[in-house]
Design a protein around this ligand. Structure first.
Ligand code: HEC
Ligand code: HEC
Ligand code: HEC
Ligand code: HEC
Ligand code: HEC
Ligand code: HEC
Ligand code: HEC
Length: 311
């Protein structure tokens, strides 16, 4: 296998799987980068540049470990180091916001880190770069992986934009808002999903590793299934703005469909999502809002109370 993966054609094929682009035939030249949008869309450029999306990947700064810093720091930053021509290491220590310090990287057992071969059939390191960057990956000197543009930027959602930039009137761009709710789930699930080590999607809603699988969990909620496509990611998230961490700000989104919901017990003063989208821990230092909107009992943020009763 390693000999096959060493052949340039196979490597090109391995990389192309992770282009993650809507137009499969687009190449690097079709991606112009966020900076090119600034002159005409200054407001979207400025606000999007401050999102975790935009900051999801950066070269490590001198005060950080490794060569690459993955994660914007909303919850964590994991360092990745190039070892030699054939391999990268996911470092054993990750910086966690909840600790304001370093601890063992989620999924690892000690500080040594884990080595990934670049052209391993599971392509884990290529996938790290693909989900945390924009446009096609390429290979540099000695098979160094080179992301086209750092972070999740404009062309992930709007598609390659070279033609638009040179003649906007004749080359309109798409936006994910044009997708149906189910298609938007699939679109965001290019990255917002959980995979096993072999690359298969994990789909068990009781699995804590799926805490972060917003697309899977939202699709499983009654709100999504019974609202005829009116509920999607954009109902609650602005694509060009940083995540809103004020829980009460989501109340108005719920109330577009649940105006005047009367509870048996008083709930006034508390955010809807604090009870109906409780945070699920994933490892000791991370937690994710449960996107399977439902009624939960205290102490079980993963399985709706009704599903528990039915078991
Ligand atoms: C030279 C100016 C210019 C540049 C550069 C430019 N745009 Fe535009 N863009 C426009 C104009 C003008 C429109 C409105 C076109 C229309 O309505 O016919 C537009 C519309 C859009 C739309 C709206 C599509 C819709 O139907 O709502 C999106 C999305 C967009 N641009 C994204 C981008 C992105 C991403 C970039 C950078 C890669 C970019 N634009 C660069 C001028 C520009
Ligand atoms: C190319 C991969 C990719 C795609 C496609 C993608 N995301 Fe993300 N998203 C990420 C990554 C990586 C992060 C983590 C940023 C961090 O904290 O390091 C993230 C973080 C987020 C966050 C939390 C932080 C923030 O910046 O607000 C939200 C909300 C989000 N994404 C929504 C969406 C939605 C909605 C879609 C689909 C319209 C989408 N994403 C598509 C990769 C992607
Ligand atoms: C399938 C796409 C995908 C792959 C592959 C991927 N990431 Fe991410 N990563 C994301 C998304 C999406 C988020 C945002 C998580 C969230 O908030 O739901 C994220 C978040 C992170 C974070 C912030 C902390 C956290 O867990 O939320 C770190 C650190 C990170 N990724 C590192 C890595 C590293 C290192 C690799 C490779 C070993 C990797 N990622 C592979 C999509 C991906
Ligand atoms: C996570 C996906 C995502 C990313 C990344 C993204 N956009 Fe958008 N964009 C959207 C969606 C969805 C819409 C539809 C309107 C809305 O929901 O705000 C949109 C609408 C637009 C529009 C139409 C006018 C408007 O504001 O409604 C422009 C222009 C635009 N985006 C430019 C950009 C530029 C420039 C960048 C990068 C700096 C960017 N977008 C990054 C998803 C994204
Ligand atoms: C686009 C409309 C829509 C939005 C937005 C929405 N819901 Fe729902 N929700 C529904 C529908 C439809 C049902 C099913 C009601 C029924 O069949 O009686 C539902 C059901 C529920 C249920 C019962 C779940 C179950 O499994 O029985 C709860 C709890 C709930 N919603 C809370 C919320 C909260 C909290 C928010 C905001 C975070 C929200 N919803 C946002 C449409 C929506
Ligand atoms: C009904 C409202 C609602 C919808 C719809 C929704 N989200 Fe969220 N999302 C939230 C809330 C609330 C949070 C937690 C915000 C905080 O940190 O306080 C959140 C947080 C996130 C985060 C940060 C990590 C986490 O899980 O806590 C990501 C990434 C994200 N959402 C992605 C998505 C994607 C992708 C979709 C579409 C599949 C989506 N969301 C649909 C309400 C929503
Ligand atoms: C303190 C926790 C708490 C808060 C805050 C809360 N809820 Fe609830 N909610 C519950 C519980 C428990 C139930 C089930 C018992 C009941 O109906 O009173 C429920 C039931 C519901 C249902 C009906 C579920 C069904 O099976 O029919 C909806 C819809 C709902 N809530 C929406 C909301 C909205 C919208 C908000 C914010 C305005 C909100 N809730 C705030 C705890 C809460």
């Amino acid at each position: 296998m390693s000999i096959m993966m060493g052949c340039p054609k196979m490597r090109a094929a391995a990389l192309s799987v992770f282009y993650l682009i809507p137009v499969l035939l687009a190449g690097p030249a079709d991606y112009v980068g966020a900076e090119a949008c600034r002159p005409c869309h200054a407001a979207n450029f400025t606000s999007q540049s401050n999102t975790s999306h935009a900051r999801a990947l950066a070269p490590s700064s001198p005060s950080q470990h490794g060569d690459w810093a993955f994660g914007a720091g909303l919850q964590a930053i994991t360092y990745v180091t190039r070892i030699d021509r054939e391999s990268y290491r996911e470092d054993g220590l990750t910086w966690y916001r909840s600790l304001n310090g370093h601890a063992i990287t989620l999924g690892q057992h000690d500080e040594k880190g884990v080595i990934f071969r670049t052209f391993d059939p599971a392509a884990r390191i290529l996938k790290c770069f693909a989900c945390h960057s924009t446009g096609p990956l390429s290979l540099g000197k000695e098979d160094e992986v080179i992301p086209h543009e750092l972070g999740v930027r404009c062309e992930v959602c709007h598609g390659p934009a070279a033609a638009h930039v040179s003649d906007p009137a004749h080359n309109p761009l798409r936006t994910p808002a044009q997708l149906t709710a189910a298609a938007m789930n699939r679109f965001c699930a290019q990255c917002h999903r959980t995979d096993s080590e072999t690359g298969e999607e994990l789909t068990d809603l009781r699995d804590f590793r799926n805490a972060r699988d917003q697309t899977l969990r939202l699709a499983a909620s009654t709100c999504f299934r019974r609202s005829n496509g009116r509920l999607n990611c954009l109902t609650c998230h602005s694509p060009h703005r940083e995540l809103d961490q004020n829980a009460s700000s989501y109340d108005v989104r719920c109330q577009t469909c649940h105006a005047n919901k009367v509870h048996r017990q008083p709930v006034a003063g508390q955010a809807c999502v604090s009870c109906h989208m409780p945070r699920i821990p994933n490892g000791p230092y991370l937690s994710f809002a449960n996107h399977r909107i439902a009624v939960y009992s205290l102490g079980n943020p993963i399985l709706p109370a009704r599903a528990q009763a039915a078991r």
